[in-house]
Design a protein around this ligand. Sequence first.
Ligand code: ZN
Length: 419
Amino acid sequence: MIPRCLFVGLFSLALCAQERPLILEAARLLDVRTGKMEAPARLWVQHGRIQAGTPPADAETLDLGDRTLLPGLIDCHTHLLIPAGIGELGYLKRSQGDLILAGVVNARKVLEAGFTTVRDVGASAEFGDVALRDAIARGDIAGPRMLVAGPALSITGGHGDLNGFPPHVHTHAENIVDSPDAARHTVREWRKRGVDLIKIHATGGVLSNHDDPGAPSFSPVEFKAIVEEANRRGMDVCAHAHGDVGILEATWAGVRSIEHGSLLSPATAKEMKARGTFLVPTLYALESILLPGNPYQVPEGSLAKARAILPLRRRGFQVALEAGVPIAYGTDIGVFEHAQVAADFRYLVSYGMTPLQAIQSATLVAAELLRLGGEIGSLDPGHRADIIAVEGDPLKDISTLERVRFVMKDGKVVRKAVG
Ligand SMILES: [Zn+2]
């Protein structure tokens, strides 16, 4: 018998709490640790978690047919509150309310694509990401479990500043810090506003004016102050960084992950590996900036930077892979359309990962980066019942992860595409 909750819409998620035990059956289940395919697949869930042993006699059964079960996916670099293609001037035309409503819509798209957890790293001011996280956690709206960073910390003129405007145009810039003391104050302020982690811009960026992606931003003493203060408040730091010096200095300061990592050298990769620093590569974002016809309306200056970096970053990624740096899945959605959150799998494989490594990056490795390895990232008994199903065998065709047919989060069915 199929549980009633499968037939009610997303507006009634609260009704779908799996109070009765539910057995999930499918043709296959991928053990993401070993790469072994179990066939047939059978597991059971109750109280939002995967259960051990034999299911009780009153359990309902949901047969998902010729599909493969996998853990819910994790994106470690999202911008749910940034509309794709907002462009250089978009922020000056959007209210905070606009951006938060965009976040509500994007959160559902990402969940329905099979991503049950995200780390959202850089929303604009007003901490709408904190509010979105909490509304999802309460069950008020549909979306992935979120860890949020608030606005990313930047130097004056850095990737997180609004550059290139005449002096009489004043921009809101409470995320700008230019000294160790200011950095400590801002980290404390962000913690007070409810963030889970701190994001910094350790180098210049692509989608910003008058800064160099290759150049480091903060001084070493500022990097250290940010990480030390964040750690004292129980938070990790993630660092946007393209250039090698910024990657190295942020790594030395103790950041948890490097985002993008485009121009990574072998010596710096060795340092990351030794310190256990993760790389979150965001491969498709840069490709999407250079799509024919410029659908995201990227300004010419940023297109030029993307053209310069793109050929170098494949090597940077391979350097990390060869050095054994832990690589966690991250997309930078917001740069491109949120519904395409699974696009990076194809690029991870075409840049040199095996399909299993790519899947592990979005499950086991991502869960470890988020320090949630005991809760999510694999289908172990006791873990949260975050489960997806895809057609066919994702180890043979990685693009099947772009067509997720079934999504369960915390034991609740949120998507079941029939056929
Ligand atoms: Zn980003």
